[in-house]
Design a protein around this ligand. Structure first.
Ligand SMILES: Cc1cc2nc3c(=O)[nH]c(=O)nc-3n(C[C@H](O)[C@H](O)[C@H](O)COP(=O)(O)O)c2cc1C
Length: 193
């Protein structure tokens, strides 16, 4: 198939929306981060790319803590709101009707209405040309009870909010396609591996 070369870019078409929380001057701020994600399992770490001017970055570096709040698909409007106005100009928690709670770290604000929350301490800050990449260690993870089945997130109850940048749209997932670490086994057997 013919390929078209584009400008160099991280063309990962679909990304999970993370709503990152930080206290700035003692008040909770929440920012929509569409290009962050998981970094390592042991210890559990996440990478959050903040543009330098973000008000929420100020709070993250003030306290050396932040939270990650994962919305479900029906929380699209409030999630987008957190990405189109700065905490310098608005009280986003109040405008979105968020119930803010704190965990072990005591100064990483989390959103009770969102299904998944983790609180993190900052491990490293790496400067890039465009972003301050904040690497955080997850200290505690919380899940709203109704999204769990046998202690695990239930695919049938939780529809994540994803971002498709090239389409400029939020989307969610479709049907399950096959068992991970399983569906490829037939091909492995055929290849005698
Ligand atoms: C879909 C979407 C994805 C975004 N991803 C990022 C991101 O990865 N990093 C970033 O610094 N800003 C990102 N933003 C922009 C910030 O969320 C936005 O500028 C926000 O108003 C900053 O809030 P603050 O000033 O309270 O920190 C994104 C916004 C949207 C709508």
């Amino acid at each position: 198939m013919a390929k078209v070369e584009l400008t160099p870019q991280c063309l990962i078409p679909v990304r999970p929306i993370l709503i990152v929380g930080a206290n700035v001057n003692g008040k909770a701020d929440f920012v929509n981060i569409g290009s962050g994600g998981l970094l390592s399992f042991e210890p559990p770490t996440v990478a959050i790319p903040f543009r330098y001017m973000r008000y929420s970055l100020k709070g993250t570096l003030e306290n050396w803590t932040f939270s990650v709040n994962i919305p479900s698909a029906d929380q699209t409007v409030v999630s987008d709101y957190c990405g189109i106005i700065s905490g310098e100009d608005a009280d986003k928690a109040r405008d979105c009707n968020f119930t803010v709670f704190y965990g072990k770290l005591e100064n990483a604000p989390m959103i009770e209405e969102f299904p998944i929350n983790f609180e993190c301490t900052v491990l490293h800050v790496i400067g890039t040309h465009s972003h301050e990449l904040v690497i955080g260690q997850v200290i505690s993870t919380y899940v709203s009870e109704s999204y769990l089945k046998d202690g695990k997130l239930d695919f049938n109850r939780f529809s994540p909010l994803l971002w498709y940048p090239d389409m400029g749209q939020y989307v969610t997932i479709g049907p399950a396609l096959g068992k991970a670490f399983g569906i490829g086994k037939e091909l492995r057997n055929k290849a005698n591996k």
